[in-house]
Design a protein around this ligand. Structure first.
Ligand code: UDP
Ligand code: MG
Length: 328
C-alpha cells in the first residue's frame, strides 16, 4: 500500500505499575509486526494516558518514551476516570493519526484483534467495535451486574452495544465528529453508537488480567452505570410520570371505596391501611424526587461547562526530532 495507516493506540493507565512493562513490551512487538507487514505506518505510536496514578506509572511511561519513539505519554493532573482518560488520548491522537484504537492497560483485550480492526478500517469503516466473546473471566457478581446493566440500557432505549467495553477503533473523521460533543457526563459506549458512520464489530477473547487488580471499584462501576443511564436517556423521568399516573388511579379507587363505606355507615378500622399506604406513597415520592434530583444535578454540572480533564504534561517525540528531545 502506498500510504500505510498511521495508527495510535491509546492506553489509559491508573496505578498500573505492576503490568505496564509487560504491556509496553507486548504492544511494541505487535506494532512492530504490523509495521513490518506494511499494515501501519512507522509513524504509528502507543499513547499512554496516566490518569492521576499514585504509583510509579508515570515514571515508567516517561522511561518508555525515552527508550523508544514509538511511545508517547499524556499525564493528567489528577484521577479523572477511565472515560476522560480515553477521550483525552483520542483527542490528542486525532491530530497525528489516521485511526485510533483504545485498549486497556491490563492486556485483557486480545491485541491480535488489531489485524481485524485494521481490515475493517481499510474496507471503509470509521468505527469498529470490539465485542468480547464471553464473560468467562469475570466473577459471578460482575457477570450478573454487567448483564443486568446492558439489559436495562436497552430497555431505556440506549443503543449501547452489549459486551463492548471501549476496545474500539475510530477513524480521524469519526474522532473529529466526537470532538464536537461537549458534554461533561461522558459515557462513550453509549454516545459513540449514536454518531452513525459506517461501522462493524470484531469479536475477541477476554483474558485474565496480566497483573495487578481491577481499577474499577464497585463505586466506580456504579457511577459509570448511572452516568450511562442518565446521560443517554430521560426515560426514567417518563417512568415517574407513568408511576404517578397509576398511583393516582389506585388512590382514586381507594377514595371512592372509602366514600362508599362512609355512605353505608361502615367505619373501617384502618390502622394498617393508613400506615401501609403512607409508607408506599412516601417511598414512591422520595424515589421520584431522587431521580429528578439526579437529572437536575447533571444539568447543574453541564451548565458549569468545566473542563472534562486537565492535562499536566505530554511527551510525544516526532520521527524527525533529535534524540532526547522532549516536547512538553
Ligand atoms: N482506568 C483509568 N482510570 C480509572 C480506572 C481505570 O484510566 O479511574 C483504566 C485502567 O488502568 C485500565 C482500564 O481503565 O487500563 C480498565 O480498568 P480495569 O482493567 O481495572 O477494569 P476492568 O477490566 O476490571 O473492568
Ligand atoms: Mg481490565
Amino acid at each position: 500500500m502506498e500510504n500505510p495507516t498511521i495508527l495510535y493506540l491509546v492506553v489509559p493507565c491508573y496505578n498500573e505499575e505492576e503490568v505496564l512493562d509487560k504491556t509496553a513490551g507486548v504492544l511494541r512487538d505487535k506494532m512492530r509486526r504490523l509495521t513490518q507487514a506494511g499494515k501501519i505506518s512507522a509513524k504509528s505510536k502507543v499513547l499512554f494516558v496516566n490518569d492521576g496514578s499514585r504509583d510509579r506509572t508515570w515514571q515508567m511511561i516517561c522511561a518508555w518514551t525515552k527508550q523508544d519513539r514509538m511511545f508517547a505519554g499524556l499525564c493528567f493532573s489528577k484521577n479523572f476516570g477511565h472515560q476522560s482518560a480515553i477521550l483525552a488520548g483520542m483527542m490528542a491522537a486525532r491530530k497525528k493519526a489516521d485511526a485510533v484504537v483504545t485498549i486497556d492497560a491490563d492486556l485483557q483485550q486480545d491485541i491480535e484483534a488489531l489485524d481485524q480492526f485494521l481490515q475493517c478500517y481499510e474496507e471503509g469503516c470509521d468505527i469498529v467495535y470490539g465485542v468480547r466473546n464471553d464473560r468467562k473471566t469475570d466473577g459471578f457478581f460482575k457477570k450478573t451486574t454487567a448483564g443486568l446493566f446492558y439489559r436495562l440500557m436497552h430497555l431505556l432505549g440506549s443503543e449501547t452495544i452489549t459486551n463492548h467495553a471501549d476496545y474500539r477503533l475510530m477513524s480521524k473523521k469519526a474522532l473529529d465528529a466526537l470532538a464536537e460533543f461537549q458534554e461533561t457526563n461522558l459515557f462513550l459506549r453509549g454516545l459513540i453508537p449514536t454518531m452513525g458512520f459506517q461501522s462493524d464489530i470484531v469479536y475477541f477473547d477476554v483474558k485474565e488480567r496480566e497483573a495487578g487488580k481491577s481499577k474499577y471499584t464497585f463505586k466506580k462501576e456504579l457511577t459509570l452505570a448511572m452516568d450511562g443511564i442518565t446521560s443517554m436517556s430521560t426515560r426514567p423521568l417518563q417512568l415517574i410520570v407513568i408511576l404517578g399516573f397509576f398511583t393516582f388511579l389506585v388512590s382514586l379507587g381507594i377514595f371512592v371505596s372509602c366514600i362508599w363505606d362512609w355512605a353505608h355507615g361502615r367505619v373501617v378500622a384502618g390502622w394498617t391501611t393508613t400506615v401501609a399506604s403512607t409508607c408506599l406513597i412516601g417511598g414512591i415520592m422520595l424515589l421520584s424526587q431522587g431521580i429528578i434530583g439526579v437529572y437536575l444535578g447533571k444539568v447543574y454540572m453541564e451548565s458549569k461547562g468545566r473542563p472534562r480533564y486537565i492535562v499536566e504534561s505530554m511527551i510525544l517525540r516526532e520521527e524527525d526530532e533529535e534524540d532526547g528531545d522532549v516536547q512538553d
